[in-house]
Ligand binder design. Structure first.
Ligand SMILES: C[S@@+](CC[C@H](N)C(=O)[O-])C[C@H]1O[C@@H](n2cnc3c(N)ncnc32)[C@H](O)[C@@H]1O
Length: 270
């Protein structure tokens, strides 16, 4: 499957307001960001310096989660929604290192991610990758297009890392997750990373308020109980929903004692 690129992808880029994909890219040390993104990202850093450790921990969680799903979970299919700009250790790279036949469908709604999607399509010859330009709020479109690459008769890992906080309560994030889970068979997995509202709560709410004053799409941190509720149709595997740098950390990992306001967990559909 090729890149689904609408003709106006570049034209729809508004570089005058911060976008979460480019802000996250800046925090990770990337170069695909503009002045408005950098200003918003810097403001968050000033209010909440741990954001830098938190985003690095999120990428590391992505790597450990995918490795675990392939090696211990036997998963060979991934639906990675809220892909972000290509970075080190993208989902297909981690999965195909362990199992070259892995098939990965990426989904994002940001025009600049779409422009860089080619990097995400460099699949191993045995596997497959695809990119869908779609919004998480349209699971019907995502599932219909993903069915061209993924076999929904076999287990799929649904990856929602750093995206559900971009879906405000009024857009029904729990119902969207439930719709995706309903489309995959028993034995499938759901992985979530989500900023926490109940760790460093004051810093988090202030930094999100400042960000939301500038961005078109608001972000929302959620409590442990709220993020846990997204796993309603799945059984959390060990160690449950935890600060994501403590989710099966690599042997000798530093800094697991410090708090990071970012939850991560994986559940399996019974
Ligand atoms: C913070 S980045 C996370 C990237 C990656 N998943 C990770 O954890 O490293 C969030 C991504 O979600 C995308 N996103 C936000 N809201 C979305 C939506 N409603 N539909 C699809 N993608 C969305 C953004 O464009 C951005 O690329």
């Amino acid at each position: 499957m090729g890149v689904n690129r609408p003709p106006d992808a570049a034209a729809s880029l508004d570089t005058s307001v911060p976008h979460i994909a480019r802000v996250y890219d800046y925090w990770l040390g990337g170069k695909d960001n503009f002045a408005a993104d950098r200003a918003a990202a810097q403001q968050v850093i000033e209010t909440m310096p741990d954001i830098l450790a938190s985003v690095r921990a999120q990428r590391a969680f992505l790597g450990r989660a995918v490795h675990h799903l392939v090696t211990a979970g036997g998963i060979r299919q991934f639906l990675d929604i809220g892909t972000g700009l290509p970075s080190a250790n993208n989902t297909h790279e981690v999965a195909q290192r362990d199992a070259p036949q892995s098939r990965v469908v990426y989904v994002d709604n940001d025009p600049i991610v779409l422009l860089h999607a080619r990097t995400l399509l460099a699949s191993s010859p045995e596997g497959a990758t695809a990119y869908i330009d779609a919004d998480l709020r349209d699971p019907g479109k995502i599932l219909a297009e993903a069915a061209g690459v993924l076999d929904f008769g076999q287990p799929v890992a649904i990856m929602l890392l750093g995206i559900l906080h971009c879906i405000p309560g009024r857009d029904g994030p729990a119902a969207l997750v439930a719709q995706l889970l309903a489309a995959v068979p028993s034995g499938s997995y759901l992985a979530i990373a989500h900023p926490a509202s109940d760790i460093a709560g004051e810093q988090m709410s202030q930094s999100m308020r400042q960000y939301n004053e500038q961005a078109h799409s608001p972000v929302t941190a959620r409590s442990h109980a709220q993020v846990s509720s997204f796993f309603a149709g799945a059984d959390l595997i060990e160690p449950g929903l935890v600060q994501l740098h403590r989710w099966r950390p690599a042997a000798g990992a530093a800094d697991t004692d410090r708090d990071l306001a970012n939850y991560g967990g994986i559940g399996q559909k019974p």
